[in-house]
Design a binder for this molecule. Structure first.
Ligand code: PMT
Length: 420
């Protein structure tokens, strides 16, 4: 039997950080905390300075059985902004003020709760509460959109009488709604179950002679993150990879290649098997025309000319052969990001392109983080700010899954110009 308001056994021993911010609805977080503890969760409460004006930390401390954290820098304490999110299975902010949502969207870290969000990799559930029409302010709408695009679950506040006496949208969502959202976030997502994804990653190496080659700075981290995320979400994944030092994700079939030609072959032979192709590899556009079988000697030469020829455009060639597969490409750009990415989307016959500016500090080649704009065939743009490559992989898969669903609910794909 399911007790009303109970999530059942799913929260047993789950570690939840409950963030409480300065809203009159802060008192409702007390009841939410009791429900989480009743359902078996281990809850650590983090309060902002303004939240403490509404409810005392002692209330949460007694009910959670754990000290309440309020400061980034507390004497003789571990670094809470790192340790709390590292140990958490989910972070829940209830109630979340417009200020807290804005800081989370903009990546500001001026208190423990906001700083924690910058280091966290676990699911985030946000239950807003605000008065005076703030929920429909363009700035709040934009920040909520940013958080949702990044994969956070932001619940809609409910309509009804507010603390000000006005009627409007802004009441904290019902406790059962928040509990169900937490349960959903903690249940393993299997939305790619039944799909077969062909992912490419890493650089290619184009030989000049037996000891030299032309290559690029790709580490493979982006493509491997996509393969790992897709596998975790239930897909069967084949990862075609150039030479990298990244550990192979569990449950993923790996095909190792060196050259663009080998990658072309590996991808083409598996196209018919796949339902989606995601090409994150940095394939060489040119290769030496005449690689030689013996090491080129420098003696007696003051210069050396290399003649290069074009490699196959793998994505364009796969797009031309595809039947119903969803085609996702990347665009690595250093200028005019959106215009160049849109050109590639059309020229290569793609459904979605992940445009990344590889000159962005901390993003692109080799980095653990990346930022991108997703562009679809209809011109829809989704901006994804700097985040861990694994989180970006999930955000790409979210959009790709939506497109796949709409593709599969319609019939055959319509032909499009270029590359087909
Ligand atoms: O590997 P990391 O260190 O994690 O770095 C990630 C990344 C920067 C490599 C990744 O985010 C990325 O941008 N990958 C694509 C790199 C690239 O080659 O972009 P491009 O704009 O030159 O190519 C456009 C698309 O065509 C890409 O999907 C590419 O895989 C594909 N292509 C390119 C050339 C070619 N001969 N055949 C192709 O299919």
């Amino acid at each position: 039997m399911r007790i009303f308001g109970s999530t059942g056994p799913t929260l047993t021993r789950k570690r939840i950080v409950l963030g409480v911010t300065g809203s009159i609805a802060a008192y409702k977080a007390v009841s939410l905390l009791r429900a989480l503890v009743r359902d078996g969760a281990i809850v650590q409460v983090v309060m902002t300075q303004s939240a403490m004006k509404f409810v005392t930390p002692l209330t949460f401390e007694v009910l959670s059985g754990h000290p309440v954290s309020t400061e980034v820098f507390e004497a003789h304490q571990e670094m809470k902004h790192l340790s709390l999110p590292e140990q958490a299975d989910a972070i829940v902010i209830a109630p979340a003020t417009a200020n807290c949502i804005a800081k989370a969207a903009l990546g500001m870290g001026d208190d423990l709760l906001s700083t924690m969000l910058l280091t966290s990799q676990c699911p985030l559930i946000v239950a807003p509460a605000m008065d005076g029409g703030m929920w429909t302010h363009p700035s709040v709408i934009e920040h909520v959109g940013t958080l949702r695009a990044r994969g956070a679950i932001v619940l809609d506040p409910e309509e009804g009488p507010l603390a000000s006496g006005r009627i409007g949208h802004g009441r904290l969502a019902e406790e059962t709604t928040i509990l169900e959202a937490i349960q959903t976030a903690l249940a393993p997502r299997r939305d790619w179950q039944g799909q077969r994804i062909l992912v490419s990653a890493g650089p290619t190496q184009e030989p000049i002679d037996p000891v030299r080659f032309i290559s690029n700075r790709s580490s493979g981290k982006m493509g491997y993150a996509i393969a790992e995320a897709a596998q975790a979400r239930g897909a069967q994944v084949v990862l075609v990879t150039g030479p990298t030092a990244v550990p192979i994700p569990r449950g993923v079939e790996v095909v190792s290649v060196d050259t663009a030609e080998e990658m072309t072959k590996a991808m083409s032979t598996r196209l018919a098997w796949s339902t989606a192709v995601i090409m994150a590899a940095a394939v060489a556009d040119f290769r030496p025309m005449h690689p030689v079988s013996q090491k080129i000697k420098k003696q007696g030469r003051s210069e050396q000319t290399l003649h290069l020829e074009r490699t196959t455009d793998i994505l364009a060639s796969l797009s031309a052969q595809r039947t119903t597969q969803l085609m996702v490409g990347f665009a690595a750009e250093t200028n005019d990001l959106i215009a160049h990415a849109q050109d590639k989307l059309t020229a290569k016959g793609l459904d979605l392109i992940v445009a990344n500016d590889v000159t962005t500090e901390g993003a692109g080649f080799g980095s653990d983080q990346n930022a991108a704009t997703l562009i679809d065939r209809q011109g829809g743009l989704t901006e994804l700010p700097l985040m861990p490559k694994r989180a970006l992989a999930d955000a790409i898969l979210n959009r790709a899954h939506e497109l796949l669903q709409s593709r599969q609910s319609h019939q055959a794909p319509t032909p499009i110009a270029g590359g087909r």
